[in-house]
Write a protein that binds this ligand. Structure first.
Ligand code: PEP
Ligand code: MN
Length: 340
């Protein structure tokens, strides 16, 4: 932590800050400059943050030096990218590309089996599908709930694909964990800290979606909430953020991918479907994500998107999935990754 004094701060004010810091046991270095004095506090940034130094006479600002996220950071311990095995599929580690595909929402057994067999035939690494759906309107279809979990379990049995499904509410934790190979936390729940802690205690990998209006620092601090419960397996997901641009459903922040690669050891996947809101954009955005170094994509697919109960306009036609998958995989190879 660095405390920057105001230009007019006098020696007594500098000394008061130094003494307050010294009380906490941190190492204090006073650096007088031509205009202002800076005071470095080395060690225990949390304790220093709680001292309320901003309010002391003569203090201009308090500037953190180390990053606010700890467990997700590649700065402190994990210098190498993390790599997890999920039911035989590798995610992370820099050599594999993970293709997660499936319907937005489980609507029926027939629909889910049709999509699951199309995506496994096309080379998907995992099957996605919502049982409990976060919907902007409380009157929209909220998913089939428990019966959808049973359908997903059956789809796994038939295809061998691990299942990615969302945990919407702590109340469903045991039911979701009994079927999910990866527990998804939706964008709208990225800062539901109590739910993040519940997810971190399930003993399952967690796919954490970036909030609609969350910064990358906030995403990594949300990941810390999950990691601190003991799981080491958190997958980050860029799924588009709110900007002034309304032509696409959200704005895909592709810069997030290389930025996250520099700052965290956790695998990063991209969701082009929710970012685009329009299936015509999904393939070019997926290619870009693969080429820029994402560890995978999570994409919505439906066998009859015109009649989908949720997110049909952004869902790929199941019949197009194999071509889509080979095109995107070719782009992942540009970054040295092959299909998981
Ligand atoms: C989803 O994956 O279907 C979903 C609701 O995503 P998000 O939380 O990113 O909106
Ligand atoms: Mn969806």
């Amino acid at each position: 932590m660095m405390i920057v004094m105001q230009p007019g701060a006098d020696a007594a004010e500098v000394e008061a800050v130094r003494a307050r810091l010294a009380q906490t046991g941190v190492h204090v270095v006073v650096m007088p400059g031509e205009l202002t004095t800076a005071i470095g506090a080395i060690g225990d940034p949390e304790g220093v943050a709680e001292l309320g130094l901003e309010g002391m006479a003569g203090v201009d600002r308090v500037v953190p030096i180390s990053r606010p996220y700890k467990l997700a950071s590649s700065e402190l311990s994990h210098h190498e990218p993390s790599r997890f095995e999920i039911a035989g599929r590798t995610i992370g580690g820099g050599e594999t590309f993970c293709l997660i595909a499936g319907p937005c929402t489980v609507e029926s057994r027939e629909q889910t089996m049709a999509v699951a067999s199309a995506v496994v035939a096309g080379g998907a690494s995992m099957l996605r599908g919502g049982a409990f759906k976060p919907r902007t309107s409380p009157f929209a279809f909220k998913g089939m709930g428990q019966p959808a979990l049973e359908i997903l379990a059956e789809a796994r049995e038939q295809t061998g694909l691990p299942i990615v499904t969302e945990l919407l509410d702590a109340e469903h934790a045991a039911a979701v964990a009994s079927v999910a190979d990866v527990v998804q936390i939706g964008a709208r729940n990225m800062q539901n800290y109590a739910l993040l802690e519940v997810a971190g205690r399930l003993g399952k990998p967690v796919l954490l979606k970036r909030g609609l209006s969350s910064s990358l620092d906030e995403l990594l601090m949300a990941a810390d909430y999950v990691l601190k419960e003991g799981t080491e397996e958190v997958i980050l997901c860029e799924r588009g953020i709110r900007t002034f641009e309304t032509a696409t459903r959200f704005t895909l922040d592709l810069g997030a991918v290389p930025w996250l690669k520099m700052h965290t050891h956790l695998p990063v996947v991209v969701d082009p479907s929710h970012a685009a809101g329009d299936r015509r954009l999904v393939q070019p955005m997926s290619r870009a994500a693969a080429a820029i170094g994402a560890d995978g994509i999570i994409v919505e697919v439906h066998q009859d998107p015109e009649h989908a109960r949720c997110d049909g306009p952004q869902s790929l036609h199941a019949a197009d999935f194999a071509d889509f998958a080979s095109d995107v995989t070719a782009h992942a190879r540009l970054g040295g990754k092959s299909l998981a």
